[in-house]
Design a protein around this ligand. Structure first.
Ligand code: NAP
Length: 314
């Protein structure tokens, strides 16, 4: 493929930043890659897998002369980082991010963007429950959607370049208004995470079932919640702090529906239960048909232990 950006800077080099660096290199679509992160331990991990051309603990230094800057840090860190890099951004550069919440990012970063810099927020709908540079991989974005949330003032040429970048990484693009994005992900991602954190937390607090029983008999559904509930605590704290309204709206709908289900269980309404479970099975089939999940027994798990990335600092 041909070079889309001469220099790309990634601020934050965890799962998403590391995956972008590795994918952009594999596809040969950027000339140089500079990365910055907050802690030396993370920088050392990034260096150990050679994902960039230059490494720094200074975000301002990393973005110098970059044509594309992507913030790959938790959403709550966006404003402080933006204040640090604003004066070092190259005129004409594209500034984007990968944050899971878009309204908040638009509100806090938008006013700090220098004139002549094109700010186009983004959100790759791809991820795993692992964190840190070592958890990244070049294929993460293959076949996944990347949502971009430009405004009516966004420069068309800059938008086309950013779209081409994500397409080259293997993604499909959807353009959306930031607030609509936040509602969509509230129900498809944020509330499911909250439910998983809650179920796993409830089990952890239980006195009548021992922890060893929970671990021993976890195959029956609980285990799949624990995968989601193992997601990065800081990233998810920031998601719920910055997408509060949309999450509360969707959580309200969820709780209403849960009450209906509770009643069906209490009164023994088998027809209602079966009708719902048929509909939900169809949804899973549609997700498989859309290529967003694999059609394998037990989510494609084998008995072999999976590759797990352990970080000593976590
Ligand atoms: P991650 O693996 O935990 O990496 C986070 C990176 O941000 C690290 O380089 C970390 O630096 C840095 N960082 C954390 N707090 C910071 C702060 N206060 N100031 C400056 N830098 C800070 O996270 P990730 O999974 O890549 O997520 C990054 C972003 O992608 C988040 O906004 C998230 O919402 C979004 N996202 C995540 C997923 C997913 O499934 N994980 C999917 C789509 C989008 P140090 O390690 O040096 O402290």
């Amino acid at each position: 493929m041909s070079i889309i950006f001469e220099k790309m800077a990634l601020i934050g080099v965890g799962l998403i930043g590391s995956s972008i660096a590795q994918a952009a290199r594999a596809k040969n679509i950027v000339g140089q890659i500079s990365v910055a992160t907050r802690r030396q331990i993370t920088l050392d991990e990034a260096i150990s897998i050679n994902i960039a051309d230059s490494y720094s603990l200074s975000s301002a230094e990393a973005v110098r002369d970059a044509d594309l800057v992507v913030l790959c840090t938790p959403v709550g860190a966006s404003e402080a980082i933006m204040k640090e890099i604003a004066g070092s951004l190259k005129p004409g550069a594209i500034l984007s991010d990968v944050g899971s919440v878009k309204g908040h990012v638009q509100n806090v970063i938008g006013p700090l963007v220098p004139k002549g810099v094109h700010f186009i927020p983004g959100h790759p709908m791809a991820g795993t429950e692992n964190s840190g540079p070592l958890s990244g991989f070049a294929e993460l974005f293959e076949g996944r959607w990347c949502i971009l949330t430009p405004t009516e003032n966004t420069d068309e040429g800059a938008l086309t370049n950013l779209k081409n970048f994500w397409i080259a990484l293997g993604s499909q693009i959807e353009i959306m208004d930031a607030n609509h994005h936040d509602l969509v992900v509230a129900i498809t991602s944020h509330v499911p995470h909250l439910v998983a954190y809650n179920i796993v937390g409830t089990v952890d607090d239980m006195e009548t079932v021992s922890k060893s029983e929970v671990i021993k008999f976890s195959a029956g559904g609980f285990r799949d919640f624990t995968r989601i509930a193992a997601s990065d605590p800081v990233m998810w704290r920031d998601v719920f702090l910055t997408n509060r309204e949309a999450v509360l709206e969707m959580l309200g709908r969820f709780l209403e529906d849960l009450s209906v289900l509770q009643r069906a269980v209490r009164v023994g309404d088998g027809d209602a239960l079966e009708e719902l479970f048929m509909r939900t099975r169809d949804i899973r089939r549609s997700i498989i048909d859309a290529g967003q999940e694999i059609d394998e027994v037990d989510f494609g798990r084998t008995n072999a232990p999976s590759k797990e990335v352990k970080r000593e600092d976590n």
